[in-house]
Write a protein that binds this ligand. Structure first.
Ligand SMILES: *[C@@H]1O[C@H](CO)[C@@H](O)[C@H](O)[C@H]1NC(C)=O
Length: 363
């Protein structure tokens, strides 16, 4: 049976291309396609799942595409940081070649988060590249000039204010292009979460100032606006994930209403989703789930990372692992630190798979 399937795969690639939903790919894949070495035309044609408008932007702005491509690993890392103790850990399922498996085709809370953080990540990457002078098309915010006032008094705009409006504008044009083509519920949901992600970055812009004047008396201040660390956006979106609002399409298909009238209506800052999440216990490509077999769990914790919750009741294996670590470090005047090498032994617990050897695939 298995070999037969493999034969079909090899012999009829054209038909399979039609059957395999192309829509399971997106610009998310840009991080995996090398963009520096190849020409922009080649690169843009190699990213599967770009819609025409995205391909046009890709060919016209190869430098920005390079920045977006590099940003993918940053926002995936942030996503993985936020969900490291959870069954769904933002695993990229990269052996599948499709980032996040088919999560992109779902409308779960986790999809909502990935859409939001990816869109936020693009804003962040472009804005930073503008300020660092990496792009010809943008630089510091040209509107932050002259003098202004805040609660402390008057100040002069100086230095480089991050041009977040440019970052947001380009991200909206590029990332949303795919969703604007479709008019279905999922497109609306993705647009909403993309926007929530972009707004989250803007929320953590902060004004930084420097004092001038006699002995730092601050009679003169120059200030600029800076995007905070991306971690703050990640933390914020993670809270929004916890409070994400389940919605249904309204009658005329132009927007959402809350699925449960007792819940508040979503604001533009909230994440919205349609579909209940699977438990993510078993590997299930259709749901974008890698399963928890082999994941490290915490034997003493009572939270999400506990072995009971993480392993879904399948039990866990324990391995005694010995590592070499620095210890008994002493500071010597001046200035050196000398340490000993010690062997440290810890127990590492990892979740078991299914007993019957079906290798944890949901069937
Ligand atoms: C496991 O959980 C406990 C309690 O929450 C915590 O103190 C400990 O540091 C955790 N261990 C590891 C290896 O993360």
């Amino acid at each position: 049976m298995n070999t037969l399937l493999q034969d079909v795969w090899i012999l009829t690639p054209v038909i399979l291309l039609v059957v395999t939903p192309e829509a399971a790919t997106s610009w998310w894949y840009m991080g995996a396609v090398g963009s520096s070495s190849s020409s922009s035309r080649v690169m843009c044609n190699n990213v599967p799942g770009l819609v025409t408008r995205q391909r046009q932007l890709c060919q016209r702005y190869p430098e920005i595409m390079h920045v977006i491509g590099q940003g993918v690993s940053e926002w995936t890392a942030e996503c993985q940081h936020q969900f490291q103790h959870h069954r769904w850990n933002c695993n990229t399922l990269d052996r599948d070649r499709r980032l996040f498996g088919k999560l992109i085709l779902r409308s779960s809370r986790e999809s909502a988060f990935v859409y939001a953080i990816s869109s936020a990540g693009v804003v962040f990457a472009i804005t930073r590249a503008c300020s660092q002078g990496e792009l010809k098309l943008c630089s510091c915010d040209p509107n932050k000039k002259g003098s202004s006032r805040d609660s402390w008094g008057s100040f002069d705009w100086g230095g480089c204010s991050d041009n977040i409006d440019y970052g947001i504008k380009f991200t909206r044009a590029f990332v949303d292009a795919k969703e604007r083509k479709g008019k279905d519920a999922r497109a609306l949901m993705n647009l909403h979460n993309n926007m929530a992600g972009r707004k989250a970055v803007k929320r953590f812009m902060k004004q930084e100032c420097k004092c001038h004047g006699v002995s730092g008396s601050c009679t003169l201040r120059t200030c600029w606006l800076a995007t905070g660390e991306f971690r703050k956006t990640g933390d914020f979106l993670r809270k929004k994930y916890n409070g994400a609002i389940q919605v249904v399409m309204n009658q005329d298909g132009t927007g959402f209403t809350v699925s449960n009238k007792r819940f508040k209506k979503p604001t533009p800052n909230d994440l919205v989703y349609f579909e209940n999440s699977p438990d993510y216990c078993l590997r299930d490509r259709e749901a974008g789930s890698a399963g928890t077999a082999g994941r490290i769990c915490n034997q003493t914790s009572r939270g999400m990372e506990s072995c009971e919750v993480m392993c879904c009741g399948r039990g866990y294996n324990t391995a005694r692992v010995t590592t070499l670590a620095k210890c008994e470090c002493k500071f010597h005047w001046c200035c050196a630190v000398h340490c000993k090498d010690c062997l440290e032994t810890v127990d590492v617990h990892t979740c078991k798979g299914l007993k019957d050897g079906t290798w944890n695939d949901k069937t």
